[in-house]
Design a protein around this ligand. Structure first.
Ligand SMILES: [Fe+2]
Length: 146
């Protein structure tokens, strides 16, 4: 994965996923507005915190952190459309985004396993997002389907 093991890639990815989740937060609508607005709001906050943490780690490694405005362009990230998101649509996208993010977190966790502090942090984030996606979002979507 060469270039993708550059930690700036992960920082940019976290920023892009955070911005997509923020897009859902700001464009929530419908019967369950409060639920999707709150779920996406909380998740955005976590993603933004993780972006900050990984960005600071880049600096620690001597890598100049990219301007957040160039994140999507840097990594060829296709942002979700700016449109209204219902509870179900929003959750389905969030689940997809988190599952994709988890795959990258695994790659970086492996690539930086010699850096125990970073590897432990990434492992903890994998568990957190897995819990959000595989358990919580799954349960929410299954309940929605009943
Ligand atoms: Fe808000």
């Amino acid at each position: 994965m060469g270039e993708k093991q550059d930690l700036r890639y992960l920082a940019d990815l976290l920023n892009c996923v955070a911005n997509d989740v923020k897009t859902i937060h700001l464009n929530s609508y419908g019967e369950r507005f409060d639920d999707i607005h709150e779920i996406s709001g909380n998740l955005h906050w976590r993603l933004a915190e993780d972006y900050d943490r990984v960005g600071e780690k880049c600096l620690e490694l001597g890598l100049a952190v990219n301007n957040p405005n160039t994140a999507a362009q840097n990594i060829g990230y296709a942002a979700i459309p700016a449109q209204l998101y219902s509870y179900k649509d929003g959750l389905q996208i969030i689940k997809k985004l988190l599952d994709m993010l988890i795959q990258y977190l695994y790659v970086f966790c492996e690539a930086y396993k010699a850096d125990l502090g970073l590897a432990n942090f990434l492992q903890e984030r994998i568990e957190y997002y897995q819990n959000e996606s595989k358990f919580k979002d799954y349960a929410r979507l299954v309940l929605e389907a009943i």
